[in-house]
Ligand binder design. Structure first.
Ligand code: ATP
Ligand code: MG
Length: 540
C-alpha cells in the first residue's frame, strides 16, 4: 500500500466525504501527453477503480493562447488507449461564470482588489520569502471602485497588461504564493471553447482548486511542485466557504535520456527535430504507441515505478523491460531480415516448395501456426554468416552446420563475392534426414532464421536509438541547451525483408521478428511498401 492509499483508507475509515473517493486527471490542453502523464493517469484512475470511486477528466484550459482542440482530442484518445474511461469530462472554462461570480463575491468582502501596478512592480513588491513584502498602493481601493474597475476589465475597456485582479491575502507570508496572488488578467485572446466571450481569464491557481471543489473531488492528487500552492488552494476554499478537496502531492516521474517538458517537446516538433508528437522516439503516449508499446506495458511500468515522495530519475531500461515482458506474451512471431543475403541450397531440388509449419507464438497456444514455404533459394541475415569465424562464433561459416528454423540442418560449402568483395551468395547443402520434428542425433550449435526467396517482400524498417546522448539532457552545461544533446543517430532506416503474407490490412498489432526484437507496423505504410518500427530488442 502506498502513502496515498493509506491516506484514502484512513479517510474511508473516518467516513470523510461520505466515504466517497473522487479523483480527477487535470491536463492543460497545450500539448500531447507523455509518459509522466501516464503515471498520473494510472494513479488517478487506478485509485478510483480500487476504491469504487470515480475519476473525472478535466481540462485545465485557462491559458487560451496555448491551448488547442487538437490537444484535447489527442489527450482523450491517449487516456482511452491506456485503458481508462473518465466518469465525466469537464473543462475549467465550464466554470468561468462561477469563478467570475466568486471574484465579485471576494471584492464585495474586501478580499480582492484591482491593481494597476506593472508586472515588475508586483514582483518587486512581493519581495523575498525571508522578508515581508510591500503592499501595493492600490491595495486599499474601496469596494465600489474595485467592482467598477473589475467589471470594466471584463467589458474590455482596458488594454492587456494594464490591470489585474489580486486576492487580498497576506503580503507578509513566508509562502510567496499567498502574497496577494493574481486572480485575473486581461487577455484579448479567443478561447477554444468560450470563443470571444471573455477578455479576462482566471489564473491557473485561482481556477484549479475551485474546479476540484466544484466537481466534489475528494483527493486532489498532484506533483510535488504544487505542495507550496496548497495553502493558497486551501485559503480559497475557506474564504469562499466551499467543499475542500484534500490535495496530496507525489514525486513526478522523470526518465533518463529524454525530456518531459511540454514546452520543449513542442519545440522538437515545431522545429522538426522529430516527425511529430507521435514520433516513435518521443516520450509521448502517442509516440510510445506508434513505437509499438502496449498499454499493458505502460500500466505495468507505472505500477512498478510506484508512488514516491521524493524526486528521482527512473532508468528508461525499466520501461523497455516492461515492454518486453508484455510483448513476449502477445507478439506474433514472424521472420524478418534487416540485412538479407542470398543462401542457395545446391542439393535441394529446383522448383520444389515445401510448406513448413511455423509457430505464431510459443507463449500462446491459441495463436496457432502458419505455413511458410521452403525452397532452394532463401535469404538469411547477413550477420548470421562470418567468413573468418573465431571460436566464439557459432553460426554459419564455411564447413559449419547450423539449423534453419522449422526446416533442415544445412552446411555451408562456399561463398560468392562481387568485384568489391561483398558476399552475394552463400552456398550450402542440406540433409533431408534432419527436417524439424524428425529424430536426429546431429547436434548443431545454432539455429538461424530465413525467408525463402518466393516468400520475401521488401519493407522499410526503422531502428531507433535514444533521442538524447546524455542521461539528463535538461541538466545542461553552461551555454548549452537540450538541443545540443540530440542523438544524430536516433533513427536508422533499413531496407529489409519480411514474410510476404503480411499486409497493411492483416498486420498483427505486435510482432516479434524472430531473433531480432519487437516491431510494429507504422502508419506510414502503404499497400506497396510496409514500414515497421522497432519497439525494443529482445534483450537488454
Ligand atoms: P508543463 O510541462 O506544461 O509544465 P505539466 O507536465 O504539468 O505541464 P499538465 O497538463 O499540467 O502538464 O499535467 C496534467 C497532470 O499530469 C498534472 O496533474 C500533473 O501533475 C501530472 N503530471 C505531469 N507531468 C508529470 C510527471 N512527469 N509525472 C507525474 N505526473 C505528471
Ligand atoms: Mg502543469
Amino acid at each position: 500500500m502506498n502513502f496515498i492509499e493509506e491516506i484514502i483508507e484512513e479517510d474511508l475509515k473516518n467516513g470523510k466525504n461520505d466515504s466517497r473517493v473522487h479523483t480527477r486527471f487535470p491536463p492543460e490542453p497545450n500539448g500531447y501527453l507523455h509518459i509522466g502523464h501516464a503515471k498520473s493517469i494510472c494513479l488517478n484512475f487506478g485509485l478510483a477503480k480500487k476504491y469504487n470511486g470515480l475519476c473525472n477528466l478535466r481540462f485545465d484550459d485557462t491559458n487560451p493562447t496555448k491551448e488547442e482542440v487538437e490537444y484535447v482530442d489527442s489527450i482523450k484518445e491517449d487516456i482511452q488507449w491506456l485503458g481508462f474511461q473518465w466518469a465525466a469530462e469537464y473543462y475549467a472554462s465550464d466554470y468561468f461564470d462561477q469563478l467570475y461570480e466568486w471574484a465579485e463575491w471576494m471584492i464585495e468582502r474586501g478580499l480582492a482588489y484591482v491593481d494597476d501596478s506593472t508586472q515588475e512592480e508586483i514582483s518587486r513588491e512581493r519581495g523575498i520569502p525571508t522578508k515581508p513584502g510591500i503592499e501595493s498602493k492600490y491595495r486599499n481601493r474601496n469596494v465600489e471602485e474595485n467592482m467598477d474597475l473589475f467589471r470594466r476589465m471584463r467589458a474590455g475597456e482596458f488594454p492587456e497588461g494594464s490591470r489585474v485582479l489580486r486576492a487580498k491575502a497576506d503580503m507578509a507570508s513566508p509562502n510567496m504564493h499567498l502574497r496577494d496572488p493574481i486572480l485575473y488578467r486581461i487577455l484579448f485572446a479567443e478561447h477554444h471553447r468560450t470563443g470571444n466571450k471573455w477578455c479576462i481569464y482566471p489564473m491557473y491557481d485561482y481556477a484549479h482548486g475551485q474546479s476540484d471543489s466544484i466537481e466534489g473531488i475528494t483527493h486532489s492528487i498532484c506533483t510535488l511542485e504544487f505542495e507550496v500552492h496548497r495553502p493558497l488552494y486551501d485559503w480559497f476554499c475557506k474564504v469562499l466557504e466551499i467543499h475542500h478537496p484534500q490535495q496530496i502531492e507525489f514525486a513526478r516521474l522523470n526518465l533518463n535520456y529524454t525530456i518531459m517538458s511540454k514546452r520543449k517537446l513542442l519545440q522538437l516538433v515545431t522545429e522538426k527535430y522529430v516527425m511529430g508528437w507521435d514520433d516513435p522516439r518521443m516520450p509521448t503516449i502517442s509516440g510510445l504507441r506508434r513505437r509499438g508499446y502496449s498499454p499493458e506495458a505502460i500500466r505495468n511500468f507505472a505500477e512498478t515505478v510506484g508512488v514516491a515522495k521524493r524526486e528521482n530519475i527512473i532508468d528508461v531500461s525499466l520501461l523497455e523491460f516492461c515492454a518486453r515482458e508484455h510483448l513476449n506474451k502477445v507478439a506474433t512471431r514472424t521472420m524478418a531480415l534487416l540485412d538479407p543475403v542470398k543462401l542457395i541450397i545446391d542439393n535441394y531440388p529446383e522448383n520444389k516448395t515445401e510448406w513448413l509449419q511455423a509457430v505464431n507464438n510459443p507463449e500462446d497456444p491459441d495463436a496457432g501456426v502458419r505455413e511458410i514455404p521452403f525452397g532452394k533459394e532463401l535469404y538469411i541475415e547477413r550477420t548470421d554468416f562470418k567468413e573468418d569465424a573465431d571460436k566464439n562464433f557459432f553460426r554459419l561459416t564455411i564447413d559449419r552446420e547450423v539449423r534453419l528454423k522449422y526446416a533442415y540442418i544445412i552446411k555451408c560449402t562456399h561463398i560468392v563475392k562481387n568485384s568489391e568483395g561483398h558476399i552475394t551468395e552463400i552456398h550450402c547443402t542440406y540433409d533431408p534426414e534432419t527436417k524439424s520434428g524428425m529424430q536426429t542425433q546431429r547436434k548443431v550449435k545454432a539455429t538461424i532464421h530465413w525467408i525463402s526467396e518466393t516468400f520475401a517482400k521488401p519493407a522499410e524498417i526503422r531502428l531507433f536509438e535514444r533521442l538524447f546522448t546524455v542521461p539528463e539532457p535538461d541538466n545542461t552545461e553552461e551555454g548549452k541547451t537540450f538541443l545540443d544533446y540530440l542523438n544524430p543517430n536516433s533513427l536508422t532506416l533499413v531496407n529489409g525483408l519480411i514474410e510476404k503474407n503480411i499486409t497493411k490490412e492483416n498486420a498483427a498489432k505486435y510482432y516479434q521478428f524472430e531473433r531480432i526484437g519487437y516491431f510494429c507496423i507504422d502508419k506510414d505504410s502503404t499497400e506497396e511498401k510496409l514500414v515497421f518500427n522497432k519497439t525494443v530488442g529482445l534483450k537488454q
